[in-house]
Design a protein around this ligand. Structure first.
Ligand code: ZN
Length: 251
């Protein structure tokens, strides 16, 4: 197909073999667009289906031990580094594998990992996967991980693992907690601990030593926060307050 150039040519570039990988990024650009727009874009490689898998990928393996599963699950996420050494360098998940001794769940695990890998390779924003998976509830009920975080299902924990990985590689950033919130949480915690200490002086020393913190590092008896799924909700001045994320039932 011949392309008629109706505008003045302001720049050009000879296509090199290494540009071929980048070429599909500009397919969205209509042929009538001025040529120089393509030249600028072609330098940055974006993730898309035809990016070839390099021989070697770097990745991480996470272990999931759930009371719902007899054996541990090992989740491996491998990453591809695009535009290495340039200001556009980006590390993105490329494929996911889940291994286990337990073969009972083989079917859906293979299906899930294939679809997740396909989504990773499609490119674009893949972080939505985390929320989708974390929202899956097991009708038989979830479980508590060490650290007091509630997992509504094994699929949700796979989502949490992917989230952790995406945070590690800088694809997801923890929402910045503003200084005011952080200070407020620290103040509330100090007040709560002070109130607890007062009570403890009356009780025996042994009891107080035992009851300082729970597994997640929050006061014992703290209940599950609906916002961050951590056992950090304590009653303060008649109001349930989370010492982890600052959530409060009374606003
Ligand atoms: Zn919370």
């Amino acid at each position: 197909m011949a392309i008629k150039i109706e505008k003045k040519i302001t720049g050009y570039n000879v296509v090199k073999p290494e540009d071929k990988v980048a070429a599909p990024t500009v397919t969205g650009v209509a042929p009538k667009e001025p040529r120089h727009a393509e030249v600028k874009q072609a330098e940055v490689i974006q993730m898309h289906e035809s990016v070839e898998r390099p021989e070697t990928l770097i990745g991480s393996t996470f272990k999931i031990k759930s009371p719902l599963f007899e054996h541990a699950l090992y989740v491996t996420i491998n990453d591809i580094v695009l535009n290495a050494g340039t200001p556009h360098e980006q590390r993105r998940p490329f494929e996911i594998f889940i291994n286990s001794k337990n073969m009972d769940h083989f079917q859906w695990i293979v299906a899930l990992t294939r679809i997740l890998s396909a989504v990773f390779r499609k490119g674009g924003d893949v972080t939505f996967i985390v929320e989708e998976l974390k929202a899956v509830f097991d009708p038989r009920g979830g479980y508590f991980k060490a650290g007091g975080v509630y997992m509504p299902s094994i699929v949700a924990e796979i989502g949490a693992v992917i989230e952790q990985h995406m945070k590690n590689i800088g694809l997801i950033h923890d929402p910045e907690m503003d200084d005011a919130t952080r200070r407020l949480i620290a103040e509330k915690r100090a007040a709560y601990e002070q109130a607890g200490a007062k009570k403890n002086t009356e009780a025996s020393a042994a009891a107080s030593a035992k009851s300082e913190i729970n597994d997640s590092g929050f006061p014992p008896g703290a209940t599950l926060c609906v916002k961050c799924n951590t056992q950090a909700l304590v009653l303060m001045d008649g109001c349930q307050t989370c010492l982890n994320c600052g959530y409060s039932k009374c606003g």
